[in-house]
Design a protein around this ligand. Structure first.
Ligand SMILES: *Cc1c(COP(=O)(O)O)cnc(C)c1O
Length: 445
């Protein structure tokens, strides 16, 4: 896609083991990766293979180290191998890793989630964010006895058939808003509107409000790069769903426990009917969850009739890692410090772009941020997919590889937010800004 910005020969030579590992993996695994966002398709070049991580740092299989601004795409808010999380996992290794039967730890984690997230009165655990979104959609349809789901262009809710329509992140990068294998019938029940456009929601509900089961959205979007909602948009979504008997579902797989302990809904003061969780809730192990109003959740089997199940749901290792992560977040509340460091990073990136004369739009909430590179003379505010989509991805690729050369591991796509952790120090942030000044300065000339 961006052949002009392949990594420089110098740093490519430092990654010969990664290159060989990728060549090998491509014979065995489609595209050499188990999830497309890892393939570096959005920036050209080849993915880096890792061998270990600690705190805020990653080490690749050639022995190079990087400051990590992906954090496994969100889960690692405490940094890698946090002692409290490691100790919790080790305890489980001495008892049992899966029973396919209930454990008390699952109720302990449920209690933590319910206490943290304003909208959640009851919660069901699954194994991924995709599964959480899929299950929430089925529940919304079963509860309302309606078919239609409203989603927003550039919002990603996992690779659920009904939701992989105008999806963001790797779907956006790869240009597969409608994947082959998704039937027209499935796509027909999904209504795609523009984010931050409350009039479109108004029109949709006026025309077909009695067919809409749910409005599903990322309350702060991370999957087309970072996009902040307007209060009017969220207010319209809450008011119209309530008025028309539809459910409001917040996909907080990325924002849950990230933007505040209670997620974006705590930060923004809007309470949905259902919430999906993933990423941080599993502390780096595979765990997702969906929860909300007790009267809705009681429609899930075996309390109710909406089927949803999982052999490894509530897996002891994942539950232990999730609990330790949530307890540490609850006890230490790193959110003010994360926001302060985020403000420092944001100001640094803005200044670097201005100094280099590059047109950019930087959006941030707490420890999530995106700098959109643009090709016009003046920055265009990014409010949805219509303004995120036309970003200058070639410039982003040049920036990405320049930062890799300097040991800074950013998301390998313009359409993914960066994340940092409580382990990142002021010195790390300053080193990142210094690298950005150099790289952007070089891009201007
Ligand atoms: C990552 C993500 C998902 C999918 O979660 P997986 O665990 O990758 O299946 C769903 N929704 C949002 C908002 C996400 O960021």
């Amino acid at each position: 896609m961006t052949a002009a910005h392949h990594p420089s020969a110098v740093t490519a030579a430092r990654r010969t083991h990664s290159r060989a590992a990728f060549a090998h993996a491509r014979h065995l695994i489609p595209g050499g990766v188990n999830s497309p966002a890892r393939a570096f398709g959005g920036v050209g070049g080849e993915p880096i293979f890792f061998q270990s991580a600690l705190g805020q740092r990653l080490t690749d299989i050639d022995g190079n180290t990087y400051l990590d601004y992906i954090g496994s795409w969100g889960p690692m808010i405490l940094g890698h191998r946090h002692p409290r999380v490691m100790a919790a996992i080790e305890r489980v290794l001495t008892t049992g890793t899966s029973y396919g039967a209930p454990t008390e730890a699952e109720s302990d984690l449920a209690e933590l989630i319910i206490a943290a997230v304003p909208s959640i009165e009851k919660v069901r655990m699954v194994s991924s964010g995709t599964e959480a979104a899929m299950s929430a959609v089925r529940l919304a349809r079963g509860f309302t006895r309606r078919d239609r789901i409203v989603k927003f262009a550039g919002n990603y809710h996992g690779h659920v058939d009904a939701l992989l329509v105008a999806a963001g992140s790797s779907a956006a990068t790869l240009g597969v808003p409608n994947s082959p294998g998704i039937t027209e019938g499935t796509a027909r029940d999904t209504l795609v509107l523009d984010y931050n456009e409350p009039e479109q929601l108004d029109d949709a509900f006026r025309a077909q409000g009695d067919t809409i089961a749910a409005v599903l959205l990322e309350p702060v979007v991370g999957n087309m790069g970072l996009v902040v909602p307007t209060p009017e948009f969220l207010e319209a979504a809450r008011r119209l769903t309530s008025r028309h008997g539809a459910l409001l579902v917040f996909d907080e797989v990325m924002t849950g426990f990230r933007l505040a302990y209670g997620g974006a809904q705590e930060l923004l003061g809007v309470t949905p009917d259902l919430t999906t969780l993933g990423k941080i809730v599993g502390g780096g192990l595979p765990l997702g969850a969906y929860g909300g109003r007790a009267d809705v959740m009681d429609h899930v089997l075996p309390a109710g009739k909406v089927f949803q199940a999982g052999t490894l749901s509530g897996n002891p290792l994942a539950v232990a890692a999730g609990m330790a992560t949530l307890e540490e977040l609850r006890d230490t509340s790193p959110y003010a410090a994360l926001d302060r460091r985020g403000a420092r990073l944001e100001a640094g990136f803005r200044a670097a772009a201005a100094q280099a004369g590059l047109t950019t739009w930087t959006a941030r909430v707490g420890s999530m941020m995106t700098t959109f590179f643009q090709s016009g003379p003046e920055p265009v505010p990014v409010t949805g997919w219509k303004t995120a989509g036309p970003s200058d991805t070639d410039r982003y690729a040049a920036f990405f590889w320049g930062m890799i050369d300097r040991g800074i591991y950013l998301p390998c796509s313009q359409y993914e937010a960066l994340f940092f952790s409580a382990a990142h120090t002021d010195a790390d942030i300053d080193a990142t800004i210094a690298a950005a000044v150099e790289v952007m300065g070089g891009m201007a000339s």
